[in-house]
Design a binder for this molecule. Structure first.
Ligand code: FAD
Length: 382
């Protein structure tokens, strides 16, 4: 007799989407194990926006209050001209978001958020240093093989393994993501240096230049002690093997410094460490699941980050997939996967398209279709 352990649901990847899926499925009563290739997670220097659409899911997981207490609560998303400082749009968030969209809008250090997500999981369900290297679809389960030699049989496998997803590869074949032609610089900036400029730095502001080049800048802590920016810059190509490389204040100056608004200048001058990252892409995919395999998040619909909704879409996927499996039970997973895809496809594709176009909130517009959406109660597709 085989001594391979059999489990109900394996979530591959414990990133922002995978950790949410595991928490929600466990809360719903399923037996779930998460397998993550990284030996541990570190507090990588980057921020993230979490919209009210997803704070409603964190409410369900029991993390809304904690994340609210850690993160910053911008009153607005401002769009401003990078040189003149003119306001292009002022989108109300803060109390307005709470009242109109049903939950807060926060900006937070992604490492702080992820650490809370990981802590919220039963630690015996979480397996670090487990890189999936092979899978075999069998009649009653899927045999998973990890780089450390362990094998596990799972009745269902959720591919939350990011843009280079191995589960996606099994479903659709080997295809590297496409370089989008855009990179982003990321830096955490010392707030005391910014304060020394005497200027009042807004909690969430996107500075715009020609060709939609931009700097998105925001606070990542509730007490305003940490400030972060991420840029979007079109480039000719990306030739580095590494997932990111060092940049410099001089490079920021060369790209954004010409006649920059004093607040942008202050940001550049306060920059000490800055890295640059390529943005990868895929077209909307024809298949989200097959048999016992199902995808979510960047494995399924990666996008350029300009709408600040990539992780939010991964976490929404997790909520809808959990509701579908709860409705059908584990045995009718085929129906669950079908309803999941039918519920998610249009919304995720729309967000992916607008994100890639980088037009979100540049001009005044009503963001309610994104932020007021309630993934816990919204109707599921037929
Ligand atoms: P990931 O977070 O990539 O997680 C995948 C996990 O799977 C990783 O932990 C990886 O180690 C693991 N893994 C991969 N392969 C294997 C394997 N074979 N075996 C085991 N484990 C494996 N989104 C927002 O909502 N708001 C924002 O403000 C925002 N800002 C962004 C800014 C930038 C610059 C970028 C690049 C992205 C931004 N995003 C934002 C998008 C967001 O980061 C992604 O959409 C999100 O991380 C996707 O989550 P995921 O769980 O699908 O994938």
């Amino acid at each position: 007799m085989s001594d391979i352990e059999t489990i109900d649901i394996a979530v591959i990847g414990a990133g922002l989407g995978g950790a949410a899926a595991a928490a929600l499925l466990i809360n719903a009563g399923f037996s779930v194990h998460s397998f993550e290739q990284a030996p541990e997670f570190t507090r990588l220097g980057a921020g993230i926006h979490i919209g009210p659409n997803v704070m409603k899911i964190f409410r369900e997981i029991g993390l809304e209050d904690k994340l609210s207490a850690i993160g910053a609560h911008p009153d607005h998303w401002f769009s401003r001209d990078g040189r003149s400082g003119d306001y292009l749009s002022r989108i109300e968030l803060g109390d307005f978001a709470l009242r109109e969209y049903g939950a807060p809008y926060i900006t937070i250090h992604r490492g702080d958020m992820h650490a809370e997500q990981i802590d919220a999981l039963p630690q015996d369900s979480l397996h670090f240093d487990h890189r999936l290297t092979d899978l075999e679809e069998r009649e009653n389960d899927v045999l998973l093989t990890f780089a450390n030699g362990r094998q596990v049989a799972a009745r269902l496998v959720i591919g939350a393994d990011g843009i280079n997803s191995m589960i996606r590869e099994k479903l659709l074949g080997v295809e590297k993501p496409r370089f989008s032609g855009w990179i982003g610089h990321r830096a955490l900036v010392d707030m005391t240096k910014l304060r020394a400029t005497g200027l009042e730095y807004e909690r969430c502001v996107k500075w715009w230049w020609e060709q939609s080049r931009h700097i998105m800048a925001y606070a990542t802590k509730s007490d305003g002690s940490e400030y972060y920016y991420v840029t979007g810059v079109p480039v000719d190509g990306w030739t580095h093997e590494a997932s990111f490389v060092d940049s410099s204040r001089e490079e920021m100056e060369a790209i954004f410094g010409d006649n920059a608004h004093p607040m942008v200048r202050g940001l550049i001058e306060a920059t000490t460490e800055v890295t640059k990252w390529p943005f990868w892409n895929r077209d909307p995919m024809s298949l989200w699941s097959r048999g016992r395999l199902c995808l979510l998040g960047d494995a399924c619909h990666p996008m350029r980050p300009h709408m600040a909704q990539g992780a939010c879409m991964a976490i929404e996927d997790a909520a809808i997939l959990t509701r579908c499996l709860t409705q059908t039970g584990l045995s009718d997973y085929r129906s669950a996967f079908r309803v999941y895809e039918n519920t998610r496809r249009d919304r995720a594709t729309k967000v992916q398209t607008i994100s890639n176009a980088n037009t979100w909130l540049k001009q005044p517009e009503d963001p309610a279709w994104v932020y007021a959406y309630d993934p816990i109660h919204a109707p599921l597709a037929d």
